[in-house]
Design a protein around this ligand. Structure first.
Ligand SMILES: [Zn+2]
Length: 215
């Protein structure tokens, strides 16, 4: 398979981060998560990182221009030359347009949207337990933390009502972006309501169906 430039979309609880990490590892490309690279830029004290720190310290959200700048810096690093998996970017249409400009002339951008029905997401997220002592996320069925033996608790924002509200907010914010991408030939929707391995296999097949067609 040639260079893979992949954008992963999906609601909270769809397993997007895990799938992005596994795909990146299997294809030996970096997984670029906006949260991670924002933190890195802030820590490294780059000019954009210093701007981002100032915005975050004032309690505001980091705007499109700054996020675009930081992702752009990251994509210029050598390890992204042969592809990447983006997780958490783009979030808005201006960010998506900027991404198109950044990769202009390179391999096609593949967009994979992991779809999971709302009820399944609510069940997953509201069934989630984390360790009250160390923060570890426990798989279903455990009664104590496998790392430290601590008591498992439910995060406050994992209760069903708050989960439904988070999903509504996600849908409202992301729908325009999904519509922006949906008409493209490199857009694929994957059924996320299956075991993790099956979702991973579907993602790999979806990407291959786009990249394969390029050859
Ligand atoms: Zn623990």
């Amino acid at each position: 398979m040639g260079a893979v430039r992949l954008v992963m979309l999906g609601p909270p609880g769809a397993g997007k981060g895990t799938q992005a990490a596994n795909f990146a590892k299997a294809h030996q490309v970096p997984k670029i998560s906006t949260g991670d690279i924002l933190r890195e830029a802030v820590q490294a004290g780059t000019p954009l990182g210093r701007q981002a720190r100032a915005v975050m310290e004032s309690g505001r959200l980091v705007g499109d221009d700054l996020v675009i700048g930081i992702v752009g810096e990251r994509l210029e690093r050598g390890d992204a030359a042969n592809g990447f998996v983006l997780d958490g970017f783009p979030r808005t249409i201006p960010q998506a347009q900027a991404l198109d400009t950044m990769i202009d002339g390179h391999a096609p951008l593949v967009i994979v949207d992991i779809e999971v029905p709302e009820d399944a997401l609510v069940e997953r997220l509201s069934g989630r337990r984390v360790c009250g002592a160390c923060g570890w996320t426990a798989p279903p069925g455990l009664t104590a933390c496998a790392r430290c033996g601590g008591t498992l608790v439910q995060r406050r924002d994992d209760n069903p009502e708050i989960v439904r509200e988070r999903l509504r907010v996600y849908a409202r914010n992301t729908l325009p972006l999904v519509e922006f991408y949906r008409r493209r030939p490199a857009f694929r929707s994957v059924d996320g309501d299956q075991p993790e391995d099956a979702v991973a296999a579907d993602i790999a097949a979806a990407v291959a169906s786009v990249i394969g067609g390029e050859r």
